[in-house]
Ligand binder design. Structure first.
Ligand code: GUN
Length: 280
């Protein structure tokens, strides 16, 4: 049976470190989260982000804007926050309503406050390894591996999914740490064969329990980034946990795996941004 990698436990350790640093600071780091519309999953994520801020002693502001918000109004808010000394991190929850361009909105955030690391300046910096922030989910995955003393150097890493938020930066972070990386996606021929080559498999495709035991090389490390619902409406990942844990060497559960790490990394980025802004 595979070792269970508890993101919940590791995230508690990371948050305790952040809290300890924050307690020593005279000016608290501040995070502004903007949500536009009523997407139920987004509402849960935003509440969890605010809760995380509270746990570590950050200032937290949540802006809940109606679905009908115009780009100009959102733009005005972001510009204000860009120059607000209390606020070190700005996060616009995605997806945005269809009438607002996500790209244009992300481009408005000052790169040194872009704690999601979605701005082109930050995504570009990840390519060269010279970054202010790492995107939260891939950074959380790397931190979990580090905590478990799982080195990626020289390993065959397979990333399933090529989104800008997870798959692409995940591949880049693994490459920066000297892994041999394959990125697979919906057009990949022989996905199962590719996955079976992986010493470390990261799955971020948004399809409930898609990756079954026959995709796994015995002993492999399996990281499940999925947040899906199974046929009974129960939260599950992209990996069929029950089958895969019998073959893998280590595996992250859903819930309690990558999810809590993402929030811990967001808090870590906000602390970095506060220091960048000169807060001590
Ligand atoms: N929607 C889903 N994941 C994320 C994330 O990491 N950041 C933001 N801003 N929106 C998201």
């Amino acid at each position: 049976m595979a070792e269970i990698i508890s993101g919940k436990e590791i995230s508690e350790k990371v948050k305790a470190e952040i809290k300890a640093e924050t307690e020593k600071m005279k000016e608290k780091p501040g995070l502004a989260v903007i949500i536009v519309g009523e997407d139920p999953a987004s509402k849960v994520y935003v509440n969890n982000k605010a809760k995380g801020c509270e746990q570590v002693g950050f200032l937290s502001r949540v802006y809940r804007l109606p679905e009908s918000t115009r780009f100009e109004e959102l733009s005005e808010l972001i510009k204000q926050l860009n120059t607000d000394r209390e606020i070190d991190g700005i996060l616009v929850q995605l997806p945005l309503p269809k009438h607002i361009s996500e790209k244009e909105v992300i481009n408005l955030i000052t790169p040194t406050k872009d704690v999601d690391a979605f701005h082109p300046v930050n995504t570009g910096r990840i390519m060269t390894g010279d970054y202010y922030f790492l995107p939260c989910t891939p950074a959380g995955v790397m931190r979990m591996l580090r905590e478990k003393k799982i080195s990626v150097a020289g390993k065959k890493c397979v990333v399933v999914g090529r989104s800008n938020i997870v798959g692409k930066p995940q591949a880049m972070l693994m490459l920066n740490e000297s892994a041999t990386v394959t990125v697979c996606h919906s057009k990949t021929v022989n996905l199962k064969e590719e996955c079976r080559q992986a010493d470390i498999l990261v799955v971020a495709i948004g399809k409930a329990k898609f990756i079954t035991a026959d995709y796994i090389k015995p002993g492999a490390v399996v990281i499940d980034v999925g947040m899906d619902r199974d046929e009974n409406g129960k939260l599950c990942g992209d990996v069929d946990f029950e089958g895969v844990e019998k073959v893998a060497g280590a595996i992250t559960p859903v819930p309690g795996g990558v999810g809590p790490m993402t929030i811990a990394m967001l808090l870590s980025n906000t602390l970095t941004a506060a220091k960048y802004a000169g807060k001590k």
